[in-house]
Design a protein around this ligand. Sequence first.
Ligand code: OOG
Ligand code: NI
Length: 422
Amino acid sequence: MAEIHELRSRFAAALSRMYGREVPAYATLVAVTEAVNADFLAAHPDSAEHLGSIARVTAERHGAIRVGTPAEMRDVTILFAGFGMHPVGFYDLREATPPVPVVSTAFRPIDAGELDRNPFRVFTSMLTTADRRFFDADLQRRLEGFLTRRRLFPDVLLSLARRSADDNGLGEPDAGRFVELATGVFELSSEPVDGGWYRELEQVSAVAADIGGVTSTHINHLTPRVLDIDDLYARMQARGIAMIDRIQGPPRWDGPAVLLRQTSFRALAEPRRFAEPDGSISDGALRVRFGEVEARGIALTPAGRELYDQLMTADPSNANGLWDGRFPSTEDELEARGMAYFTCQDGTRRPIVYEDFLPRSAAGIFRSNLDTDTSAAAGVAGAAYDRGWLSQAVGRDVHDPYELYRQQQELGQQRYPGEARR
Ligand code: OOG
Ligand code: NI
């Protein structure tokens, strides 16, 4: 019997192997990440594992996929539940500048033990086809028609996933079959792309073409975790790999690592065949897949997050030094001001790692494989999507991340009474 966490580890490892084969720059990224982590561990043996064991950090990955409809989102929910990954958080990337016409959630383990065993997560976005600021009624109808006709996940895969979720794992050979089928659905298809349809969508929105212009989905990046992202960024550039122009998230500073810092390399053009309106097949290229790397810090409470958001608006790279003096510069101060979550382990205070994403960074990362931005029509009402709507759509409660961190903190305090606070 392979338990659910073992299935999740095998799934993450299989995706990483597949992606390394297909996107060589990703294999380089993983190799450089491992080198940076080894050097960091050697230089800081006492603190390197403060935010997670080196074993966890080495295996840690997140991926991203994009789907087109609530029904596809529901199937994704069933599939990932089979790996012990559940929807957490709601991200509305339509609010970013420039906007991205999707709403998103992250599928991940939700309890501390499962996160420790393997924290694999997948950022999952759904195209907002009903939003008139991006899609007129005719295009909405044709897009939804196209999307309803495709099937991303075979029934046999979804029934294995249901069984795994019910029984907390699968016996062999079903376990192997489940991991193999699940990995296969996220492989890039070699089917010719309908050129006319793809280009029509691209005119309106490159994201719409990426999602709704093809009959399958694919993993569009995988992200290893690094202990020093500034060092990683410099080493990748030194190897001649074109990175996006900055590291997203909190600025580099001497205080505690909070939330999430991320950066990526741009997607490279990959050969793709196109079926043309006259029936011919032509050779072309699409820039679909990229690589990303991230450094994770402490999870902030709503109060901490509010201060973080204020500072990010006022002084995103700490160029004016606004962070110094205003944002807590030690874990003691974070705890005293109620701005971050902590738990207790063997009688000592341990920070709770941020397991989620940041909408502003996500919108920036999203554009790593898009050549053009989408603009929202002015003076047109948008479609309402929120966490409640998404819960309805997927038939499952989409968890509130703050609630999960708070529970994790309380559990720690119960296990080590009186030692949660120093
Ligand atoms: C998702 C981008 C968001 C992150 O790490 O913030 C993301 C996408 O490009 O589909 O993965
Ligand atoms: Ni990502």
